[in-house]
Design a protein around this ligand. Structure first.
Ligand code: GAR
Length: 216
């Protein structure tokens, strides 16, 4: 069967992108990374993608007068690569409403909290300040609202006494790298459906869409 063609958008380190690339290297993985696009030329993830033989593009938002014009060029680049699904992986640009509409139901994001708690920036600081005992990460379809949209799956981790933004980020990131390839697989296998803003994943065990990792 043809593999689902995925375009990954990044702005920086690209460790989630790397997790998707690594998963897609397995011959039985149902998705392939068709291209990686960064809005920043200095994103470290670009080099990782190039080394993996994936075609990369830099489309700098600074070259555009407004968000929608930038978004339209990113979309055109994705279409040139015949992308069927967009995966945001640390892409730190707010999109104009045009883009999520254009890719509605075909764009996913990973965010380092149990949404709808703590959208936006400084996510772990928000979690630590709130005193939550559980945090984690969320993979969701993208809608025009920031870090919002139908939730596909989450991975939870404990917040431990003495945690700093760095230790909590690292604990969550390990789960991001498990969760994102798993969800991409489900989508590529055609198991994921959205109705009334809620997601169902067919033919997975009950509870498969919530990972819990108690390890520190
Ligand atoms: C990840 O923790 C991702 O969840 C987060 O940025 C980091 C990117 O790291 N994304 C967001 O906060 C989106 N709102 P990475 O470049 O190593 O994947």
């Amino acid at each position: 069967m043809a593999k689902l063609k995925v375009g990954v958008l990044i702005s920086g380190r690209g460790s989630n992108m790397a997790a998707l690339i690594q998963a897609a290297q397995a011959s039985d993985y149902p998705a392939e990374i068709a291209c990686v696009i960064s809005n920043r030329a200095d994103a470290a993830g670009l080099e990782t993608a190039r080394k993996a033989g994936i075609s990369t593009e830099v489309i700098s938002h600074r070259d555009y007068p407004d968000r929608e014009t930038f978004d339209r060029d990113v979309s055109a680049a994705l279409e040139r690569h015949r992308v069927e699904l967009v995966a945001l992986a640390g892409f730190m640009r707010i999109q104009s409403p045009w883009f999520p509409e254009r890719w509605s139901g075909r764009q996913i994001n990973i965010h380092p909290s149990l949404l709808p708690a703590f959208p936006g920036l400084h996510v772990q600081r928000q979690a630590l300040n709130a005193g939550v005992r559980l945090s984690g990460c969320t993979v969701h379809f993208v809608t025009p609202d920031l870090d919002a949209g139908p939730i596909i799956a989450q991975a939870a981790v404990p917040v431990l006494a003495g945690d700093t933004e760095e230790t909590l980020s690292a604990r969550i990131l390990r789960q991001e790298h498990r969760l994102y390839p798993l969800v991409l697989r489900w989508i590529a296998e055609g198991r994921v459906a959205v109705a009334g803003g809620r997601v169902t994943v067919r033919d997975v065990s009950p509870g498969a869409t919530l990972l819990f990792s108690p390890e520190p």
